[in-house]
Each structure stands twice: as C-alpha cells, then as structure tokens.
Write a protein that binds this ligand. Structure first.
Ligand SMILES: Nc1ncnc2c1ncn2[C@@H]1O[C@H](COP(=O)(O)OP(=O)(O)OP(=O)(O)O)[C@@H](O)[C@H]1O
Ligand SMILES: [Mg+2]
Length: 401
C-alpha cells in the first residue's frame, strides 16, 4: 500500500511519504537466533544457533546446562536470576564476561550485548551503548523457571515482592523508575522518622511532603501489582488444572493496606488513612509500617494456602503455572510471546504430569529446557527439538550424542 499525507504548517503544504513499513513476520514470538558467550561461568567461547521452537540442553550434573540458561537470562535482564553479585558470572580465570545475542521479535532483528567487568557493566543494543536499564530490559522478553523458584512459595515475602518487581519491570517501561523513586523516598522517610520531633513545625512540614510523595508513588505500585495479579488469575487456574487435574487454584494478593474490590479507585486515600493510623507506632519504631514494601501474595488451592498444605510436586507446579500464566500477559503488552527458559523442570513430576506440561508448552513459544535425562522427554518432542549436549562448558557434536 502506498499513500501520501499532506499536512499544512503555517500555510505551507508538505508532502510526506511515510517510510515503507517493515515487513511483519507471521510469527508473533520472540526468538533467540544466536548466542555468543565469552568467559561466562564455565564457558570460555561459545557461539550457538537455536531452533525457533524447542531446544533441549542436555548433559550430566555440573557440565554447564544451568549456566547456559543463565547467560540467556542475563542477556535479557542484565543480571542473573539468582540473587548474587555480578562478578560470580565472570569465568574464574578471566577479567570480564560477555554475552551477545541476536533476537527476532515480530518486526525486526536486534543485537543485544551485556559486558560484565568487576566494577562495571555495559549494555548495548545494535552496537549503541544503552545507559537506561529499563530501556534495555524491556527489549527482550524472557520467563524463567528454575528449581530455587520454589522459594517463591516457601520463602519470605521479600522473594515474592522481588518477583513482582522483576515481572512488572519487564512489561512496563515506567515501573522501575517508580519503584526506584518509591524506595528512595521510603529510605528518606525512615531516616526522618528516627529523629522526628512532632513539636517542630519545620519537621512536620517536611514530613508531610515526604509522606505525600510516598503515597503518590506507592499508589502507582499498588495499581500495577493489583492489575498484574488480576491478569495472572485469569488463566492460572486452567493451567494448573491442565497439568495437575486439580481445580480452583489462584493467587491471593495481600497488599499491606486493606483494598477490597469496591475500593480500587480509593487506593491513595486508604494508604493515607493507614499511614495516619500508624503514625504513633511509626515514630516509636522509626520505620514506615505500611506500603508496597510490605506487600505479599499467597498461592491458594480451594482457599487453602499451598505453603502450608501443598506437597512438593504441587508447589512446584504452582510456581510453574504462575510462570506460564505470564505468557499471555507478555503477549498482550509486548505483541510477541516471550522466550521460555525451563531449568530442571521435570524433577519431582511423574510421567503423566511431565507430558501434560510438555503438551502445554510446545506451542507458540521458543523454549529452552535443561535435563540430565533425555528419556524423560517424549519422542514426538525429541523429534522436533534441537538437542544440545553440553560437556564441561562445551558443545558436543551431533555424532557424540
Ligand atoms: N564463575 C565461574 N567460573 C568458572 N566456573 C564456574 C563459575 N561459576 C560456576 N562454574 C562452574 O560451573 C559448573 C556448574 O554448572 P551448571 O550449574 O550450569 O551445571 P548443570 O549442568 O546445570 O548441573 P546440574 O545438572 O547439577 O544442575 C560447576 O562445575 C561450577 O564450578
Ligand atoms: Mg543445573
């Protein structure tokens, strides 16, 4: 289609022929076509191309399967999914680590690059340095499931908040800015509370300003989180059912303030009221007692908390269902399906559940699965998949598998 647009500015008419639109690919999924890693964990130099559908990374314990998935995660998110300092990612006999990847979204190819040095990290897209982290991490979408994810159920509320923050930062370019602003103002408010003199007018004026900013930023965080969990709940129950055959699974958001369904448009008012109600205790303790920094959520089956009543396998599938329920959310916000990284996903699942899971994931998305045992994967999937055997940080040739 070719068309011209005429716009009049100050009496003149300009003829603007729009750039020819880029060719849209039929597939609506993000694809990692090629990965190049240098001095990353137990890898020295590795260049590898991937299948757009299923890639199975297979090998014995300790050979580098998780490290390879981690490098893909770092390429997208600039950090490891594990809570650790970046330096651990650098090969122990090297001075820097680099991960480069060629990704395709529904429109174009991009080259992403993360370079990690002991005190410095550089990010590039198509060769240009990127200084704003939110610009970088919203480019390539990944969802990861890994064994330690069970901590999302068993661990502290901090783990669950960290999870929400990571997910929301990937889909909303502004979320990370708001979160950073909130954390800064929270720190300032807590420091102030420690030395607060309520009889000093200047103190109370400053305190009101800080509190209002906290309410403004915190309300936005509540809205993002509430909406995200609502979207998750639209399909998590069906996913859990299709793997486990158990109905009525949902996530229960527990914001630190009491927002019920009828009061969604009053969040800032309720937040303010709760802060006022806690004012004396806050001064006594010297900390902010309510706000998104104290949020939590629970995994519920039939209104019972999975943390207390769930078996290990049920908990594992619950976290996995949470991750899988993010797929349509990414699609709706970012137009393409994310890349799915599944580390050691089959342990603790019986054969039936493994197959249910595989049936669920093979459509639409590029998937990377690690395993020590190819026998655990059904033949149909093995036939379609690109099987990559890893030994001591190197790829074995096809004939060696
Ligand atoms: N910074 C580093 N430099 C060099 N080697 C590292 C570094 N970090 C980890 N390793 C090595 O990487 C190996 C672990 O790799 P990885 O966790 O990927 O194994 P895996 O194949 O996933 O094993 P499993 O099947 O047990 O999960 C270990 O041998 C470890 O010593
Ligand atoms: Mg591993």
């Amino acid at each position: 289609m070719c068309y011209n647009v005429f716009i009049g500015i100050g009496g003149n008419t300009y003829n603007i022929t729009p750039k020819k639109p880029r060719k849209i690919r039929n597939e609506e999924k993000m694809i990692l076509k090629e990965l190049k890693i240098t001095n990353f964990r137990n890898y020295n130099n590795l260049t590898i191309s991937f299948n757009p559908d299923i890639n199975i990374i297979y090998g014995d314990n300790g050979e580098g399967k998780t490290n390879l998935l981690e490098s893909i995660y770092v390429l997208a998110m600039t950090k490891s999914h594990k809570l650790l300092i970046d330096n651990h990612l650098i090969n122990s006999s090297s001075k820097f680590a680099r991960v480069e990847g060629k990704i395709l979204d529904e429109i174009m190819t991009s080259n992403m690059e993360v370079i990690i040095e002991p005190k410095k990290k550089q990010l590039k897209i198509d060769g240009d340095y990127i200084s704003k982290i939110n610009k970088y991490i919203t480019k390539m979408s990944v969802i990861i499931f890994y064994p330690e994810d069970l901590e999302l159920i068993k661990g502290s509320p901090m783990e669950r908040r960290r999870y929400l923050n990571i997910q929301l930062s990937q889909i909303h370019p502004n979320y990370l800015n708001i979160l950073n602003d909130y954390n800064k103002i929270l720190k300032q408010r807590n420091e102030f509370l420690k030395n607060y003199d309520r009889n000093k007018q200047s103190d109370s004026n400053f305190f009101d300003i800080v509190t209002n900013t906290l309410i403004e930023k915190g309300t936005k965080l509540y809205q993002y989180r509430e909406n995200y969990i609502k979207n998750i709940n639209q399909n998590i129950s069906d996913i859990y059912y299709s793997i486990m055959n158990i109905k009525k699974f949902n996530i229960l958001y527990k914001p630190s303030i009491n927002i019920d369904d009828y009061e969604k448009n009053r969040i800032s008012k309720i937040f303010e009221e709760e802060l006022n109600r806690n004012h004396d205790s806050e001064i006594k303790l010297g900390i902010t007692l309510v706000g998104p920094h104290r949020d939590d959520f629970d995994f519920m089956i039939d209104n019972q908390n999975l943390k207390i009543y769930g078996s290990q396998g049920q908990q594992r599938v619950a976290v996995l269902s949470l991750k899988l329920s993010e797929i349509p959310i990414f699609k709706s916000y970012k137009n393409s399906y994310p890349i799915l990284l599944l580390d050691d996903v089959f342990s603790e699942l019986d054969d039936n559940k493994k197959n249910n899971l595989l049936k669920y994931i093979v459509n639409n998305i590029q998937t990377f699965i690690t395993t020590t045992d190819l026998k655990s994967i059904n033949q149909d999937i093995l036939k379609k998949a690109n099987i990559i055997k890893i030994k001591n940080g190197k790829i074995m040739q096809k004939g060696d598998i």
